[in-house]
Design a binder for this molecule. Structure first.
Ligand code: PMP
Length: 449
């Protein structure tokens, strides 16, 4: 079997995610035969460094022996069971561990199977909490410009990436968007903290104005990943927590992309010392093996639903594969790896390596900025460095970098004109240097007139 034969069969029957299928008339579709560590291999024997962790899910490498063995062991006992009225050991152990390692006060875990589904739980639960409290006017959500929370209609409503959202506008909830604390827009000489605080004025105004009708504010802590890896300062989160308390509006932290060490701490919220009312996690939770997500919340929220059946206060939400035991086993093995190794400490060394390897890229005449938060590094290509004028999106410059990287053994799937590294934590320093070199050459090619 070779790449071409499989690609042809694929294109007859599969509609790929987030893809204009016509692109594949010129862009090769790559069938992957196997993965190992930070590497993937296709059916022609080409190898690719997975610099984006297969959509940000992989933490400890492909076919990680520890996680694979945990799933295999679980397979001998129980593959799945309905979670309403029944339970199993892996989910109990996982929930106990998650309530221990997430910010203090998050005591209850609701499970789902994708990040978007966890966001839907948080939105519905927050709304329903206020209904149960008699606050019937609380029906709206506040979120940030340039945010992303998933593709299902509720999650899409609170997101703000026009590319994914605009077409569906007529179907979406009426949400309140406030200015992102995104530090790409900081003024000359302004610190990240000052820039983020300046943006907070807009949030404070929105909270003051909409407190009576707002259920919750939903944010991606520290990095707006799908929003071109735009980053901001933790001080914003600290202020937001205070303001949400003051105005009696929930705070939902969507750590689906940034959780599990991506920003340099286990959870990004730790950097601001805050506990959200709802914490959504997914992606890296299973080390990138199986779909599993969780919405954690606190005793206060849980208590507002706890009553006799006839009060109709229960949260009657479910998904068929909620809390799948195989996925829980993968998650437990992933947490064991965190527990037994100094992953966060080792990542500090790796992220410093990424910083050094890419520092010179900011000097490129078509790079506006190289920014980094922990294990996420992003390079913003622009048409004009002065004034940061972007390329027209139709030119798809990022795609040229993607093609170049594929030809040179790396997967650097860009977000528009932003090239980023969000690698598995098993990447080696010399592989980071290789990525920096490929990115530099790719940017040269992409920005040639
Ligand atoms: N929230 C954030 C911050 C995300 O980055 C994503 C996925 N990129 C989601 C939610 C949605 O997760 P999923 O794709 O698993 O539905």
């Amino acid at each position: 079997m070779d790449n071409n034969t499989l690609a042809q069969r694929d294109l007859k029957v599969i509609w790929h995610p987030c893809t204009q299928m016509q692109d594949h008339e010129s862009l090769p579709l790559i069938p992957i035969r196997r993965g190992h560590g930070a590497w993937l291999e296709d059916f022609n024997g080409n190898r690719y460094l997975d610099a984006i962790s297969s959509w940000w899910v992989n933490l400890f490498g492909h076919t990680n022996p520890r996680i694979s063995a945990a799933i295999q062991a679980q397979l001998h006992n129980l593959e799945h069971v309905i979670l309403a009225g029944f339970t199993h050991e892996p989910i109990i152990e996982l929930s106990e561990k998650l309530t221990r390692i997430t910010p203090a006060g998050l005591t209850r875990c609701s499970f789902a199977d994708s990040g978007s589904a966890a966001v839907e739980i948080a939105l519905k639960m927050s709304f329903h909490y206020w209904q149960n409290q008699g606050r019937k006017n609380k029906t709206r959500f506040i979120s940030l410009t340039n945010s992303y929370h998933g593709e299902t209609l509720g999650a899409l409503s609170v997101g703000d990436v026009a590319l994914y959202k605009d077409t569906y506008q007529a179907l979406l909830l009426d949400t309140i968007h406030v200015k992102s604390p995104d530090c790409y827009h900081r003024e000359a000489g302004e610190s990240w903290a000052d820039c983020s605080l300046r943006a907070f004025a807009d949030m404070e105004r929105a909270l003051a104005r909409h407190a009576e009708e707002a259920c919750a504010v939903i944010i991606e802590p520290l990095v707006q990943c799908a929003g071109a890896m735009r980053m901001y300062d933790p001080v914003y989160l600290a202020r937001l927590r205070e303001a949400c308390d003051k105005y009696q509006v929930h705070l939902i932290a969507d750590e689906i992309a940034v959780g599990f060490g991506r920003t340099g701490t286990m959870f990004a919220c730790e950097q601001a010392g805050i506990t959200p009312d709802f914490l959504c996690i997914g992606k890296g939770l299973t080390g990138g093996y199986l779909p599993l997500s969780v919405c954690l919340t606190n005793d206060d929220v849980y208590a507002a639903f706890y009553d006799t059946y006839a009060t109709r206060k229960a949260f009657l939400h479910s998904h068929s594969y909620t809390g799948n035991p195989l996925a829980c086993a993968a998650a437990l093995a992933t947490l064991d790896i965190f527990n037994e190794n100094d992953v966060i400490g080792e990542n500090k060394i790796l992220s410093e390596h990424m910083r050094r390897a890419c520092a010179h890229i900011s000097e490129h005449p078509h790079v506006a900025e190289v920014r980094q938060t922990g294990m996420i590094l992003a390079i913003e290509m622009v048409k004009e460095k002065n004034g940061r004028k972007p390329y027209p999106w139709q030119e798809r410059r990022g795609l040229a970098v993607f093609r170049h990287a594929l030809d040179h053994g790396a997967i650097l799937r860009p977000l528009g004109d932003v090239i980023y590294f969000m690698p598995p934590y098993v990447i080696r320093p010399e592989e980071i240097e290789q990525l920096a070199k490929i990115a530099w050459e790719g940017i040269n090619i992409a920005t040639k007139e």
